[in-house]
Each structure stands twice: as structure tokens, then as C-alpha cells.
Ligand binder design. Structure first.
Ligand code: BGC
Length: 750
């Protein structure tokens, strides 16, 4: 039951008490509740002077890594663990997950987002939210919507056509909202087609609430509200952070002047009150730090993507003798998360150097190889009075000598920093890291490169110089152990790319339209985001979407597909054909060659992460919801499933498709009303329209310049005519189709 509140209380309740609490209304029995970032750990900030430091909490792998697991069960378990930590810290709402599409590899927050594909992002986030909320802790699905860049993030307008918006940028949100019912949704900073997301009635009320049935609280991103009154009128409930006394007064004034309807404010306050009451049902909890660290390690292991492994260099034998050179500061000083609001203070931090040393009987020797901002080597260089360039050269020489004298070289390199608030300026490794790979690879042919990065890094052309490449992303606090697990084969890698690795940034579909200028960014590639764009242009990539190797191999039998009322059901036998137990991520990409609209060549529509012991075969069953076959029809303003043959290609990546099943799907009843503005072609494509038009033409008398019926019989003239709106035929010389005749046709066509 929502309590009775005065207008002043309603206004106060719709903005925060401070950065991390709602405003309490004691008279109504509403306490303050606590919210905290999010998304890969709980950042409970208790010291107001420590901007980005929270209480210690498990730093799970960020979304860039969890997405590479392609495993909703793991994400659910991570959500549950986060829920337990929230309960232990009395946090009612965790500000995550972030599910915006990775439109460009340059996106500064890509490490916080899942994928360039909306199905993958949506399915994983649904599991995360369900896990978290099973603990009676609310999620805050963010950032709604089209928040795919950091440049000018508080003002920029993301200009996107409606079909692209619906099918790509809103799609994951719709899935999570309808399937996992997050308690809250956080609106984005940016504008969408010219209107701030926080004030966008179409987005917040028409789509999110009216179409998708969202009943929770819509909270602003921190500082995203430019005009409180406009925001409440658009459907926003809670402005953060607070307090916002001036905004509260604006609301009261707007009610007095009639700019705002009292029902709108009452509704927003009522929703916040309901959230507070819902949160009160949460019981305090506790969690086992060691168990959560172990879970963080398990997820990190599953996130690692083996990109290259020529000659089976990996895994290394753990009982091996000889010397392993561990090279690169990141092995000792791990990069394990990105910067900004998601920064977690970990309960402990494992590094790869220590974990590798502990995992093997071989001698492990270390050389830092390059300087990083916070490395010990940096300090010693400064003490010795050397320039950075000199120190880099010394470090390189030392690393090369170590590699030459070792049996294998493990080279840890990556991006130096990624942070909220700034996009990246390129996808290349730092020059010192590139030089390190080049020289170490010359010194030791058994060189493995291990990457640490929050977003895609170019692997071309250096990857051809080394036999093995491990994509280690940002793996959270237990990443060091996870890398050791994969290097020594205690875990068989099963991560798959959730984003394409291009050969060059210039090849990327977003390249010409990122990050925009003068307050606007045009989503010029439209539907062709990520792999959809590379596939449409048949462009070569370094590693395709969905790609990842294993220490074993998998074989696919013939797939079969059946149309059901709910959509499509696919069966495919998959066999582990190697000698190690492993896990295959079976992926289904759908094409519809007969489409009447522009479509991606193939789109991910289903996937399953399947454990298979050596030699084992499983019949893998995958389902595609009928809704996921639909495209957004801008003429009808609704989703349409086209009827015809759908090709379901099943395989190990978007470019390694092993078997295809074709299935006939009944289309939706679609009839676009005919008008004078419909083209002759459109009239003829419609059975009733065709009949009426032909009858009308046949009944018309010959004119001096010939009959329109004859025009239609001439194949060239016919082609010429098909693109012309019927109404314009009045101006074709000699046309018997008068405005009156056309009006009659339109009326008859109905
Ligand atoms: C970020 C949000 C975050 C909020 C609170 C904003 O800067 O965009 O993702 O939840 O701050 O820290």
C-alpha cells in the first residue's frame, strides 16, 4: 500500500537524500534505502571524500569477460553472489548490469558492457538480474538507452533510425525487462534523437512502460537530469544524486502553474515508495569471501578466449622442468577492471606471476618488460634518474635476454587504461608492448601472448609472429589464478568472442560515424553493427564474433529444425572428438534470404554452452522464440515475422558454420493499407490492389497516346511505372487515371 504523502514529501522522495540513498519520509514510515554500483561487484562508498573507493567486496570479472563465457548459468550464479554481498552490506539496489551495445571498439565503457550482439547481451543480463533479484535485492538495468560512447556523454544526441533502435539498441533492454523484471531501470545521460533520455516520453513511457509493461522505478543516471519537471512528465521517478531542493521546488511550482499534472508526481513518488517497501522485505545476509573468490576465479577461467595455439603449444605441462619466462608488468601488477563508477575495492587480488609460479615445478623467472603508470619498475627508473625511453630500452633488453634463455616465454601485454568518461583513441597496443612482442618472439619461438584489455585490441599483424595468443580481458580479482589454470590446462578454455576483433579500426562498421561532432552522433551503419557489418561487406576480420579455441576439438552432425508455435526448435548432435574434456559453445545464426527488407546476412538467434567429456556426443537442443525472427516494420509501426524459409546455420563461430537446417515458418498476416501514395509496384503486390487496378485499366478507353493497359504490357514501360506512386500517374501524359478514378480505387482497396 502506497502511503499518503504531501506534495513536498512526494517531491523529496523523487530525488535522493545524497549520492547513495533515497530520501526517507518518516511520517509515512519510509526509511532511506541504499543503492550502490555495480555492476561486477558492490561498491559501497562510506567515506564521502573517497570518490571511487568502496568497502572491500568481491571484484568479479567485468562484463567484457563474463560475456565471453556465453553461459547464462554462470551469470545467474554471479548475480546470486552479488545479491548475497548486497545483503551483507545492506544495499537494496545494485546499479547494474550495463547492457548497451558495443557499437565501436573505441567505446570507453565497453569493458562494462557485454556485446555487439543484442541477443547475447540480453540473455546474459537476464540471468544476472534473475540471480541478483532472487536474493531480494533490486537490479538497475542501465543505461537506457543508446549509451554507446563516452565522448560528450552528457549532451550528445544518438541519432538512430527507429528500426535500428528497436532491433539493435533497445532489444536487449526489452528482453531483460520482460523476462527478468528488474526493480529499476537507469536512464542514460545522452539524448536519443534529440531528446535527453531522462526527458524522453517516447522512450520512458510509451516504449518502456506502455509497450513492455515495466512497473518498477525509473532512476536517472547520476546527474543526467537537466530539467526535473520535464523528466517527471516524461516518466522518470527518481533523480540521483540528491538532495535537489531546487528541483523539488520546481516540481511544486510546476504543479501550481499546471505545467505538471499532480497525478504524474504522485505516480513517480508512489513508485519510489513501493521500491522502498519492497526493499524492506530483504533480510540481512552474509557471504563467504573465499567461496566468492573461488566463483570469481571460475568465471574468469570461463571468460578466457584462446585465440591462437599453433602446434598445441598450450597447455604447458605443470610438472615440466626447465625455465618459464614470465614477461610483462601486467603479470605482476594485474589490470583486472576498468576505471570509473564500477571500480571495486577487491577483497584480495591474485596476480598471474605468483599463480604461475605456484602452479608449476618449472623455474619461473620474471622480467617487467615495460613501464606502466603504477609499476615498481617506474619507481626504480625515476630513482636511477633515467628517462622513460632509456628505461623502456633496458627493460626490453632484459626481457629479451630472459626469453632467449628460457624454454617458453609468456608475454603479458595489454591496454594501459580504459575508463568511464573517455573513449579510447585507438585499438593498438602501446608501442612498448608491441616492441616487446616483436623482440621476444624473435628470441624465443615458443612465445605465448596473454592480453589484458577491457575492449578489443588489434592483434594484426603481430599475431602471426607468435604461436599462441590468449585473450585475457579484465578478469577481476581472481584473474591471475584463472590465467594459470588455462596456461597449465587445469581448465580447458571455452570462452568465445562477444565482439569481433577487426584487422584495423578503419574496417569497423562504425568507423566513419564515431563519435560524431557538434552534439550529434549518427548511427550511420544502421542495423549493421559489429559482425553484421563485417558479414554484409564480406570483410576479413582478425577473429570473428563467436570465435574461441579449445584444447580439444568438436564435431557437428546434421542439424534439424522444426517450426513450432513458439518459434523454431533445432537439434544438433555435437561430439567432443579430442582427448580432453571440454566445453563447446554451440551457436545458431539465422538468415532469411527471401526477405522483403534489408537484413543482416546472419544473426545470432540461439546458443548453448555445452560441457562434453572426451569422446562424448550430445544432442543439443536450441530454441528460437518466434518474436526473435521479427523485424520492425516502420510502415505498420509493429513487429512482423515474414513467412518463408529460414536458414538456421549451426557452428562454432559466426564464420565457422558446420551444418544448416532450413525451416518453413508461417508469416504474420500483414496488409499495408493501399493509398494514392502507394507505388504501382505496391498495388500490384497486393492481391486485391492488383485486381482492382487491372480492372480499372482494362475498362478505360484508348486515348490518343495509347492505353495505360498497353503501358503495363510493355516490360520496359512496366518497370518504369512500378516505382511511381499511383496518385502521380495523373500527370503521366495520356494517362486515363484521373484523380477521381484513383480516389475510387483507394476507397475500394480499403
Ligand atoms: C555512471 C553510472 C553509475 C552512476 C553512479 C554514473 O557516472 O554512468 O553507471 O551507476 O554514476 O555511480
Amino acid at each position: 500500500m502506497t502511503p499518503e504523502l504531501t506534495v513536498a514529501e512526494q517531491a523529496a522522495l523523487t530525488s535522493g537524500r545524497d549520492a547513495w540513498h533515497t530520501t526517507p519520509v518518516e511520517s509515512a514510515g519510509l526509511p532511506a534505502i541504499t543503492v550502490a554500483d555495480g555492476p561486477h561487484g558492490v561498491r559501497l562508498q562510506t567515506d564521502p571524500d573517497e570518490m571511487l573507493r568502496g568497502q572491500p567486496a568481491t571484484c568479479f570479472p567485468p562484463a567484457v569477460a563474463t560475456a565471453s563465457t556465453w553461459d547464462p548459468d554462470l551469470l545467474r550464479r554471479m548475480g546470486e553472489a552479488l545479491g548475497d554481498e548486497c545483503r551483507a552490506m545492506d544495499v537494496a539496489v545494485l546499479l547494474g548490469p550495463g547492457i548497451n551495445l558495443k557499437r565501436s571498439p573505441l567505446g570507453g565503457r565497453n569493458f562494462e558492457y557485454f556485446s555487439e550482439d543484442p541477443l547475447l547481451a540480453g540473455v546474459l543480463a537476464t540471468a544476472w538480474v534473475s540471480g541478483l533479484q532472487s536474493r531480494n535485492v533490486g537490479a538497475s538495468l542501465k543505461h537506457f538507452a543508446v549509451n554507446s560512447q563516452e565522448t560528450d556523454r552528457l549532451r550528445v544526441s544518438a541519432d538512430v533510425d527507429e528500426r535500428t533502435l528497436r532491433e539493435m539498441y533497445l532489444s536487449a533492454f526489452k528482453r531483460v525487462i520482460t523476462q527478468a523484471r528488474p526493480w529499476t531501470v537507469m536512464c542514460a545521460y545522452n539524448k536519443v534523437n534529440g531528446v535527453y533520455a531522462s526527458q524522453n516520453h517516447w522512450l520512458l513511457t510509451e516504449v518502456l512502460r506502455n509497450e513492455w509493461g515495466f512497473e518498477g522505478v525509473l532512476v536517472s543516471d547520476w546527474g543526467a537530469v537537466a530539467d526535473r519537471v520535464a523528466a517527471v512528465a516524461a516518466g522518470l521517478d527518481l533523480t540521483m544524486p540528491g538532495p535537489d531542493d531546487a528541483g523539488d521546488r520546481d516540481l511544486e511550482e510546476a504543479l501550481a502553474t499546471g505545467r505538471l499534472d499532480s497525478a504524474q508526481l504522485a505516480r513517480a513518488a508512489g513508485r519510489v515508495a513501493a521500491l522502498v517497501e519492497r526493499a524492506a522485505a530483504r533480510l540481512p545476509g552474509d557471504y563467504d569471501q573465499a567461496a566468492h573468490h573461488a566463483l570469481a576465479r571460475e568465471i574468469a577461467c570461463r571468460a578466457i578466449v584462446l585465440l591462437k595455439n599453433d602446434g598445441g603449444l598450450l597447455p604447458l605441462a605443470a610438472d615440466g622442468t626447465g625455465t618459464i619466462a614470465v614477461i610483462g608488468e601486467f603479470a605482476r601488477t594485474p589490470r583486472y577492471q576498468g576505471g570509473g563508477s564500477s571500480q571495486i575495492t577487491p577483497t584480495r587480488l591474485d596476480d598471474a606471476l605468483t599463480e604461475i609460479t605456484a602452479a608449476t615445478a618449472a623455474t619461473v623467472l620474471f622480467a617487467p618488460g615495460y613501464l606502466t603508470g603504477d609499476s615498481a619498475a617506474q619507481e626504480s627508473a625515476a630513482q636511477d634518474g633515467e628517462t622513460e625511453a632509456q628505461e623502456d630500452e633496458n627493460l626490453l633488453a632484459e626481457a629479451v635476454a630472459l626469453a632467449a634463455a628460457s624454454d617458453v616465454a609468456l608475454v603479458f601485454v595489454g591496454s594501459e587504461h580504459e575508463t568511464e568518461g573517455a573513449d579510447r583513441d585507438g585499438i593498438d597496443l602501446p608501442a612498448a608492448h608491441l616492441a616487446l612482442i616483436e623482440e621476444v618472439a624473435k628470441a624465443n619461438p615458443r612465445t605465448v601472448v596473454i592480453l589484458s584489455n577491457g575492449a578489443v585490441l588489434a592483434t594484426a599483424p603481430w599475431d602471426i609472429t607468435v604461436p599462441a595468443v590468449v585473450e585475457g580481458w579484465l578478469l577481476g580479482q581472481a584473474g591471475g589464478g584463472a590465467v594459470a589454470d588455462v596456461i597449465f590446462g587445469r581448465v580447458n578454455p571455452s570462452g568465445r568472442l562477444a565482439e569481433t576483433i577487426p584487422l584495423r579500426i578503419q574496417d569497423h562498421p562504425s568507423y566513419l560515424d564515431f563519435p560524431g561532432e557538434h552534439g550529434h552522433v549518427r548511427y550511420g551503419e544502421g542495423l549493421f553493427v559489429g559482425y553484421r557489418g563485417f558479414d554484409a561487406r564480406e570483410q576479413e576480420v582478425a577473429y570473428p564474433f563467436g570465435f574461441g579455441l579449445s584444447y580439444t576439438t568438436f564435431g557437428y552432425g546434421q542439424a534439424t529444425a522444426t517450426a513450432t508455435e513458439q518459434g523454431i526448435e533445432i537439434h544438433v548432435p555435437v561430439t567432443n572428438t579430442g582427448e580432453r574434456d571440454g566445453r563447446e559453445v554451440v551457436q545458431v545464426y539465422v538468415s532469411f534470404p527471401g526477405s522483403a527488407v534489408s537484413r543482416a546476412r546472419r544473426e545470432l538467434k540461439a546458443f548453448a554452452s555445452v560441457p562434453l567429456t572426451a569422446g562424448e556426443t550430445k544432442d543439443v537442443v536450441l530454441t528460437i522464440d518466434r518474436d526473435d525472427l521479427a523485424y520492425w516494420d516502420t510502415r505498420l509501426n509493429r513487429w512482423v515475422v515474414e513467412g518463408g524459409e529460414y536458414h538456421c546455420a549451426v557452428g562454432a563461430s559466426s564464420r565457422d558454420l558446420r551444418t544448416t537446417a532450413v525451416v518453413e515458418v508461417q508469416g504474420d498476416e500483414v496488409r499495408v493499407p493501399l493509398s494514392a501514395d502507394s507505388t504501382v509496384g505496391e498495388w500490384l503486390a497486393d492481391p486485391r490492389g492488383e485486381q482492382l487496378l487491372r480492372q480499372a485499366l482494362a475498362s478505360m478507353p484508348e486515348t490518343e497516346s495509347g492505353s495505360m493497359a498497353r503501358f503495363f504490357a510493355d516490360p520496359t514501360l512496366f518497370l518504369f511505372l512500378t516505382g511511381i506512386p499511383l496518385g502521380r500517374l495523373t500527370s503521366v501524359p495520356g494517362s486515363p487515371l484521373t484523380a477521381e478514378a484513383i480516389a475510387k480505387l483507394v476507397a475500394a482497396a480499403g
